[in-house]
Design a protein around this ligand. Sequence first.
Ligand SMILES: [Zn+2]
Ligand SMILES: [Zn+2]
Length: 446
Amino acid sequence: MPTVLLIEDDAESRRVTAELFTRDDWTILEAGDGEVGVSLALEHRPELVLCDLLMPKVNGFQVCRSIRQHLQRSRIVIVSGRDYGVDRASAIEAGADEYLVKPISWEILREVIDRVLPTVGDASPPTGPLPDFTPPSTRLRFWGVRGSIPVPGSSTVGYGGNTSCIEVRADGEIIVLDAGSGMRELGIALDEEFGARPIKLTVLISHTHWDHIQGLPFFRPAFNESNSIRILGYEGARAGLATILASQMETQFFPVSMPSAIDIEELRDMEFKIGKVRVEARFVNHPGICVGYRLSTTNGSIAYLPDNEPYDVLKTSLTTRDGSEREKAQAYAASARAKLVDFLRNVDVLIIDSQYTDEEYKKKIGWGHGSLSSVVSLALDAEARKLFLFHHDPGRDDKAVDTLVEGARMLVLESGKPMEVDAAREGAEVWLGARASAESYGSGGP
Ligand SMILES: [Zn+2]
Ligand SMILES: [Zn+2]
């Protein structure tokens, strides 16, 4: 039977509400304040949370936000003695599904429950992805945003120190972009969320540089045989994808070999589907074999180019050549850039390598990474809706990332175009589609 969590500091009102729920065989959990309420919610994942608005320690809005950050499936109803429109709006904005004014009768409750929880009473066990992973929303969460090497510590705690890993939930699929060190925490979260139910997901590998695969040996769901984990990527410059991924788990480097829940497939086509999600891949300008992906979901598109050097480098590095050769090189660079702009055209979310400032880049030409102004101008030309600076340099502390974002925003302002810019931050989520207006970017970390 479904579980309801009652969060209310007034014991008498809690008792009265609990009594209402006894008639339908609900399992009832009770919390006397918001703090206990949030921890009970995260522990028991109740179908329904009924929460008083005004409570000591943690108020109803805060409870909503905290629960929503971790649980999408639970329905939250705020109950209050006041009927201010602004309270109602703030509650919904904080993640509540409904706002009720006291006193509440069972008839009112039942009507609300039927509306927000249509499946209560359906005793069949959940199968496949959770309902919150199906349309109408596409959700993206950053688990690792750093380039090159993990850099934990007080100076990077704001944006996070883990290397590349992004989780996308769209059209009933779980798609993981790269397997950097952020993948470890993703694995823990998935295990907690799915419990005994099997996890099915697809990992898209951009390339096998260490910062994009080093989380795989620590991805807990891979060691559970009932899970199915498909890893897709392209053959490397010197060895196949499976060989490379397995080699980091060979005995010289790691005590446990590649788990059997993992199925590695080398891609040949540059366009394919994962369920209903259309994926287009494109080789990018980075040493070895490296691709960027563009995912087209029912609710919007996401482009991910974690490692990419602007094509302008071809112009610069070839300046020593003379005459016609230099012209040819410049023409090639211009055409390569134009093709990339086409690939990214009108994308909703662009996540792209912005490792260097323009100043740093001058000394790192040919290292395979992007610089701020080239990334912003590429995104503007492609008319991306939202740009996320990504693959932060390990030497860049939180303050320096802030400065980078400010610089990028200035460039956008000068362009007169409406693009939004942010730096990717560990734990941040982006919603596309129906929930896009409730985008919770920047709301805390994992
Ligand atoms: Zn990288
Ligand atoms: Zn790389």
